[in-house]
Design a protein around this ligand. Structure first.
Ligand SMILES: *[C@@H]1O[C@H](CO)[C@@H](O)[C@H](O)[C@H]1NC(C)=O
Ligand SMILES: *[C@@H]1O[C@H](CO)[C@@H](O)[C@H](O)[C@H]1NC(C)=O
Ligand SMILES: *[C@@H]1O[C@H](CO)[C@@H](O)[C@H](O)[C@H]1NC(C)=O
Ligand SMILES: *[C@@H]1O[C@H](CO)[C@@H](O)[C@H](O)[C@H]1NC(C)=O
Ligand SMILES: *[C@@H]1O[C@H](CO)[C@@H](O)[C@H](O)[C@H]1NC(C)=O
Ligand SMILES: *[C@@H]1O[C@H](CO)[C@@H](O)[C@H](O)[C@H]1NC(C)=O
Length: 567
């Protein structure tokens, strides 16, 4: 007891010292279309050594739109795609010019970080439509130093086009894309480190591996397997797409175009495996890029000790799962559950977390770590990346995934089709301690519900299967669907706190905090009888609200208490 004032004083001094400590640096590495569930990171020795062993792996991290440009814009703004309304890779619904039109060139991560005293640097791909004709019209804001990969050379591994700072763009035939990005990153890192005493830094590094080699000129675009660096050709000669039950299954899916996909034949499977190996090979240069960055930091331990490093990607990728050709843009786990690793001060080493998180949470997380007040218009919330944040975390259990438009077929050699139509859908993932669920409503008004704890490859769509009488956690499919649909309806137009605490909108009394609470029988009448449903009038290529049915849910009212009806 006598010691406690002394202890309090001691703690106050520690706190004061902590406050004075300078803001942390950030190095943010983001690859392009990298899967988690096809095991690509298992082939990356440096990701394993420098991130999995030295930091924490968030295994339930999701992108909220499985497409490059919308995903990156959402990530960089901390906003859901329905709020950025940048929902595609090109006009009229997406691309760099839309990012500018929507005003985000003045309202996104690097601008905010500079305001908070940071030096900011970026190299590699920013977003689709950032091109030789748009990159200086207007220039993208917020970077002290930049060297961007721009279209049409963004995805040409040995013929990049880059634009550095205020200089005219340059074509770089014969040089390897990831090596160019690594060289630029190293240069910026040297600059950043030399000024780090005065100003903390953010360095974004965005190589395009393992994206397909994409030739956009002439149109239409052609998608080929990624091209590894010459020194990595032929590696992993025996690797194949993991033959999980989800790979080229004997039964097709039950909704939309999935129903129509036929099983892949032997030559198509060979083609898929070759594509897979080239992805793994192309990621080896990313490993070398990581090594270069770590080497520089290790030479300056005081900087390394004050730097958070993140490794992630923009969206996932599938190859042959559900019989699909190589590609993304689906709500399936392969496309949305993606790599996310972080290391740095206070982050547990060698830890694996299953707390759900998404790309919309990343900017709030960086703000939290940097001690910058969170903005009210963030649709995400800080991920508890440090031991301290973990202790205090009330991270919610749902992830809102959205998509508008078509499925763009990559690796279309055998399919001969450039698009699969009707790929507009809304998905909610709920990852709780007792359940792991994926619920989707398609623009065709078809529904999907998967119990991922028992069906990780999403082979049994519960509402349409013979198992629809089955119960999940003791809950019937119909009751569960009614809650998930209301959750999805709440999320589809949510802003700010409604996105992170949607149950408060459904239950303003705030006595329902998660799906489990909402499953209480007293709410059956409310959810099954009174609540509006997520519906579509048609499959629109963008966010056209007039065809998106009900836009907001109804809140619970006391008189719908099923318990009072029963008694
Ligand atoms: C980086 O840009 C910010 C905003 O323009 C500026 O205040 C800062 O001095 C710049 N840092 C360097 C090293 O030039
Ligand atoms: C490389 O890209 C430039 C600019 O897009 C183009 O003019 C040139 O033909 C390309 N070279 C090759 C070998 O494809
Ligand atoms: C690849 O497979 C062949 C034939 O099965 C085998 O001889 C070879 O040792 C394997 N190589 C590796 C690196 O596993
Ligand atoms: C697989 O299907 C494609 C497309 O129909 C066809 O061109 C190819 O010959 C088939 N391969 C085999 C081994 O059947
Ligand atoms: C898309 O869905 C609509 C129903 O909304 C259907 O009428 C149409 O045939 C579908 N198109 C394709 C290509 O499947
Ligand atoms: C999103 O942008 C598209 C294209 O400009 C526009 O047609 C649509 O109305 C917008 N939706 C919303 C919700 O702002």
């Amino acid at each position: 007891m006598i010691a406690s004032p002394v202890l309090a004083l001691f703690l106050a001094i520690i706190a004061a010292v902590n406050c004075k400590a300078s803001k942390p640096n950030f190095i943010f590495i983001i690859t392009d279309d990298q899967d988690l569930l096809l095991d690509s990171v298992n082939y990356q020795a440096s990701v394993q050594k420098q991130f999995a062993q030295e930091g924490t792996w968030f295994k339930k991290h999701f992108c909220t739109v499985s497409l490059c440009c919308p995903s990156r814009v959402s990530l960089l703004t901390g906003k859901a795609a329905h709020n950025t309304n940048v929902t595609d890779v090109a006009a009229p619904y997406g691309g760099y010019p839309r990012f500018v039109e929507e005003g985000f060139n003045d309202k996104y991560l690097p601008v905010w970080l500079q305001d908070a005293g940071y030096n900011t640097y970026y190299t590699g791909k920013m977003m689709n439509g950032h091109s030789t004709t748009t990159y200086d019209n207007p220039r993208i804001n917020g970077w002290n130093g930049s060297d961007f990969l721009i279209d049409p050379g963004t995805y040409v591994f040995y013929n990049s086009t880059m634009a550095r700072n205020h200089e005219p763009f340059r074509n770089l035939p014969g040089e390897y894309s990831t090596d160019l990005v690594a060289a630029a990153a190293n240069g910026f890192l040297d600059e950043a480190i030399s000024a780090a005493q005065q100003r903390p830094f953010f360095l974004g590094v965005a190589p395009i591996a393992p994206h397909s080699e994409t030739i956009t000129n002439p149109r239409p675009a052609r998608f080929l397997p990624p091209v590894p660096a010459k020194r990595h050709e032929g590696l992993f000669a025996n690797a194949t797409v993991p033959r999980t039950p989800g790979f080229n299954p004997t039964i097709p899916g039950t909704v939309s175009y999935f129903k129509k996909l036929r099983q892949l034949n032997v030559s198509e499977i060979d083609y898929n495996d070759d594509w897979y190996r080239k992805r793994l090979q192309s990621l080896q240069a990313v490993d070398e890029l990581i090594d270069g960055i770590i080497e520089r930091l290790e030479a300056r331990p005081e900087v390394l000790d004050n730097t958070y490093l993140i490794y992630t990607t923009d969206n996932g990728f599938h190859i042959g799962q559900h019989r699909l050709p190589p590609g993304k843009s689906c709500g399936i786990e392969e496309d949305v559950n993606i790599p996310f690793f972080i290391r740095g001060p206070g982050v547990l080493k060698g830890a694996i977390q299953t707390i759900p998180s998404s790309h919309t949470d990343i900017v709030p997380t960086l703000f939290k770590l940097a001690g910058i007040p969170l903005r009210d218009d963030f649709d995400g919330e800080p991920i508890p990346v440090t031991a301290d944040l973990l202790d205090a975390s009330e991270k919610s259990e749902h992830i809102n995934i959205e998509f508008w438009g078509d499925y763009l077929v990559e690796g279309n050699v055998f399919y001969g089709q450039a698009y699969l139509s009707n790929n507009t859908y809304k998905t909610v993932r709920v990852v709780g301690e007792e359940y792991d669920l994926s619920y989707t409503v398609w623009c065709t008004n078809e529904h999907e519900l998967y119990d991922l704890s028992n069906d990780p490859y999403q082979l049994q769509n519960l509402p349409s299967s013979s198992q629809s009488h089955q119960s999940i956690n003791g809950w019937s499919v119909a009751r569960l669907k009614s809650r998930l649909d209301a959750l999805l309806l709440t999320l589809k137009r949510c802003k700010g706190r409604v996105c992170t605490k949607p149950w408060e909108t459904l239950h303003p009394q705030r006595n329902v905090k998660n799906l489990k609470d909402a499953m209480h029988q007293r709410y059956d009448i409310f959810y099954e009888g009174k609540q509006r449903k997520v519906t579509f009038d048609e499959c629109a290529p963008g966010q056209v609200l007039s065809v998106e049915g009900a836009l907001e849910p109804i809140s619970w009212q006391e008189e719908w208490d099923a318990w009072s009806w029963a008694t």
